[in-house]
Design a binder for this molecule. Sequence first.
Ligand code: HEC
Length: 122
Amino acid sequence: MRHQSLLLGGIVLATLAFSAVQPASAADTKIERVYGTYCVQCHGLKRNGTGVNLPALSVRPRDHTDPKGMGSLPDDEIFKAIKTGGLSVNKSVLMPSWGGTLNDKQITEMVHYLRTVCKCGH
Ligand code: HEC
């Protein structure tokens, strides 16, 4: 009996530890990590266009928290800017193309994620 409850306690603890690292929404957090890997150096940890590269850039990276600026961009333009770079949407070449790094599904997720960052869902 004693052994059994110890074992049960162990399982409960293990489950708790596991659920603690499980994000509320796995997809969002995964794409947030992608943002943290490839986008923050320019767009900033605060997502407002103030990454560490800012002083080296002649064009300021888009403030992703700005509902007006981001709200004026349709989803397909955001998708295209990410996939094929700033130049492809008549913006700065300083916005790199990520089509070789991220697949279409990830880019679509990124567009949705950016809509939550700017609170300007379409
Ligand atoms: C090397 C710096 C740099 C990196 C890294 C970078 N960006 Fe940008 N990004 C820019 C700059 C600069 C602009 C502004 C271009 C302009 O307004 O002409 C921009 C603009 C944008 C825009 C707005 C496009 C538009 O049509 O106005 C989006 C969306 C965007 N970036 C998303 C991302 C995402 C997502 C990532 C990561 C996968 C990323 N950027 C990584 C520099 C960067």
